[in-house]
Design a protein around this ligand. Structure first.
Ligand SMILES: [Zn+2]
Length: 421
């Protein structure tokens, strides 16, 4: 094992599980894909924000993943992702994780020293002009000035990523973990040309990045569909893939380097374009989902029995009363229209099927309410505060919840992205 290097396979799927009860149900969705001839590596991810709100630690995710793998007899590889970590919190994740998402978005657009920028422009000035991307995509049009702008925006952030990477390497050893660099949690999207120079800087820092998460155009709100022009996304996504393969060759980055889409879950309208691009370029991808598994837990509770439904309703009632507090941390990734949220009185008249219909992300269902869904999506704190009352109910209704969790991931995500169905 000493000389081997951990590699993230072509297709990988990031699973979030806020309460740590659905590891096996999640893994079963990946096993189902395997039965259909698609090999996907599961990656369990949890960010520090979630750990803080739920009261868990990185080691809980490690135990959940190991346990699910053992119980299900999964023979493939799998990883535990320290999601969106920085220098401040990386140490809490080092032992438990073997996949690190270095979040350096906060360092974007902080100025680097002019001589550092000058040296970068000098080194990469040879790309000014037209950069052909293998003929399938529109070439990049680059000027020295655009290289300078990109350097000014991203160099410091990439340097920061280098610091975090080297820190992890000093503890875990070279090749003993997967590195992702994420720049998605920022206001401004990165163009394919930006991506090229970000990758150049990453290569200069010596980071063996295997997956990179840029910010794409359009809105990636949590738990609901993509908001933006799918056609524009498609063109950008294809060019990003082409840039990655160009950068791999030019800068000597790892062969397995691929895009990571931090989907925030449920970006159904761009799953088709993603699938098409993966086929067209024979490219890999990492899809990182948010915690919609927790919504499947609510759906399962509502459908499971009267006491389960009462818990689900109670969570909604409290969420409505604390809407500002719960939505605050997610402000940039949700769009809730309060006027469209059902009143508590109305919800108290709903049966389990009606509650599930409002919550389940089925755009063809007349009961589906995206505002209701988004509010509940960010309200897991309320369930966390219920403690045992909530987790005991998860155990009681484990079967119906598990079925919903597996079906949701397999039918609504894995199938359209990886099987194109
Ligand atoms: Zn992200």
């Amino acid at each position: 094992m000493k000389n081997e290097r951990m590699v993230l396979d072509k297709y990988s799927f990031g699973l979030g599980d806020r309460f740590g009860h659905q590891g096996q149900a999640q893994l079963r969705s990946v096993m189902k894909a395997s039965e259909h001839g698609i090999e996907i590596t599961p990656v369990w991810n949890k960010s520090q924000r979630e750990h803080r709100i739920i009261g868990t630690r990185a080691m809980n995710v490690r135990r959940e993943a190991d346990d699910a793998v053992r119980q299900c007899g999964w023979g493939g590889s799998y990883f535990v992702d320290a999601d969106h970590i920085g220098m401040e919190d990386v140490d809490e994740f080092i032992k438990a994780s073997d996949f690190f998402t270095l979040d350096v978005a906060d360092y974007i657009a902080r100025s680097s020293e002019p001589r550092v920028v000058d040296a970068f422009v000098e080194k990469y000035g040879k790309y000014a002009g037209r950069v052909e991307l293998g003929g399938i995509c529109k070439p990049l049009e680059i000027t020295k000035e655009s290289i300078r702008v990109a350097a000014g925006k991203y160099l410091l952030a990439v340097k920061r990523a280098g610091r975090i990477y080297r820190h992890i390497e000093s503890v875990k050893g070279k090749g003993m973990f997967i590195t992702e660099v994420s720049m998605d949690e920022t206001d401004e999207a990165q163009s394919p040309a930006d991506l090229l120079f970000i990758l150049a800087a990453i290569a200069d820092e010596g980071i063996p990045v295997q997956t990179i998460a840029p910010k794409f155009s359009g809105r990636f709100n949590k738990g609901v569909d993509y908001a933006g022009k799918a056609g524009k996304f498609e063109a950008e996504f294809e060019r990003d893939i082409a840039v990655i393969s160009f950068a791999r060759e030019q800068f000597g980055l790892p062969d397995e380097l691929k895009l990571s889409v931090h989907s925030g879950s449920d970006k159904f309208s761009i799953y088709g374009p993603i699938h098409g691009a993966l086929k067209k370029f024979d490219a890999g991808v990492h899809i990182k989902t948010a915690g919609t598994t927790w919504l499947e837990e609510l759906i399962g509770l509502a459908m499971g029995g009267a006491d389960g439904l009462a818990i689900a309703r109670g969570i909604y009632e409290r969420a409505l009363n604390r809407i500002d507090e719960l939505c605050g941390p997610y402000e940039t990734v949700i769009d809730i229209n309060p006027a469209r949220l059902p009143r508590v009185r109305e919800v108290s008249g709903w049966d389990g099927a009606r509650f599930a219909g409002a919550l389940r992300h089925d755009q063809g269902c007349g009961d589906y309410n995206p505002d209701f869904r988004q509010l509940l999506h960010v309200s897991y704190k309320v369930a966390a505060e219920m403690g045992r009352k909530f987790t005991d109910a998860l155990d009681k209704y484990a079967d119906i919840i598990g079925e919903n969790v597996t079906e949701n991931i397999y039918e609504r995500h894995i199938k359209p992205v990886f099987l194109g169905a």
